[in-house]
Design a protein. Structure first.
Length: 290
């Protein structure tokens, strides 16, 4: 797998569970660039425990396909050190995606593009050409189907005179590995870079009854809340069914909820989302089952 991003880890996780030997080569110093640092480290540890090998700070410079097996030449990312050759049956290149705007006639129409080839739009998804709107992977923002769907709905509402809107601070992202990884809002690194004071609450699935009964105790829930207002700024989950659990966090953030709001909401027992409530309690150092 060339690239330790979302697609590389998802498909690497699938093939590892099917019994294949998987090696992930990543140019940067860790998996899942851009995600919360603590989640990234935990995810890599779990996947390594499952048998996936990581070669970080490395780059694939060529793949020889002339023989029965593929031969990938791997070198240090900074060019210092010895190169090695990894033989494999399959090489998957998953080093990122770009907007598909070539050949659409956009330049001929006068539709403005940015330096990355994305269509430039205003707050109402209108392009530089009257009567042309753009949504989804061809404009700025995460390349996610649900983000594009919400933008499509917003444009349709705008066209009939309604107030179409997308809250980009509450767009969830899910990595479909095993266990799953899900996040919405800001990471700790982003909050630190912006100089925003925050409190963090974390709760491990090792202390969650349902996770223990399911024998799926890897991971945790982490909630980041504004230090002054307690407003939830980000939620990060690594664990079984994280992709479904993140929905509660998205709704909470859409309504401007505080960590205390989540903490005071009754959660059914025994369920995995109880870990979300406990993480919210932990923001104020009030977790019960720790």
């Amino acid at each position: 797998m060339i690239g330790a991003g979302v697609i590389g880890l998802e498909l690497g996780s699938v093939w590892r569970r099917l019994g294949a030997e998987v090696t992930v080569v990543e140019f940067l110093d860790g998996a899942l660039p851009g995600m919360d640092g603590e989640v990234r480290r935990q995810a890599q540890r779990i996947l390594e425990k499952q048998g996936i090998a990581f070669k970080l700070l490395s780059k694939v410079t060529s793949v020889d396909s002339s023989g029965k097996r593929l031969k990938a030449k791997v070198e240090p990312a900074k060019g210092e050190g010895k190169a090695e050759t990894i033989e494999s049956d399959v090489v998957l290149v998953s080093t990122g995606r770009v907007p598909y705007t070539d050949g659409l006639g956009l330049k001929e129409l006068g539709v403005k593009l940015d330096e990355r080839g994305r269509v430039v739009t205003d707050h109402y998804f209108a392009t530089s050409v009257p009567g042309i709107w753009a949504i989804g992977d061809v404009i700025a923002g995460p390349m996610l189907a649900h983000k594009a769907e919400d933008e499509g709905v917003a444009v349709a509402e705008i066209l009939v005179g309604q107030a179409g809107h997308v809250n980009y601070d509450a767009i969830p992202g899910v990595v479909y590995t095993m266990p799953e990884i899900a996040a919405v809002g800001k990471t700790e690194e982003e909050l630190k870079a912006a100089g925003i004071a925050y409190n963090a609450g974390k709760f491990p699935f090792t202390a969650n009854g349902r996770a223990k009964a399911n024998q799926q105790t890897d991971g945790f829930v982490k909630i980041l809340a504004d230090a002054k207002t307690d407003k939830v700024l980000g939620v990060h989950i690594i664990g079984s069914d994280a992709g479904n659990m993140i929905a509660e966090a998205v709704i909470a953030m859409e309504f401007g909820a505080s960590a205390e709001d989540i903490a005071r909401s009754c959660h059914a027992h025994p369920t995995l989302p109880e870990a979300v409530k406990e993480a919210a309690l932990a923001v104020a150092k009030r977790a019960i089952h720790m």
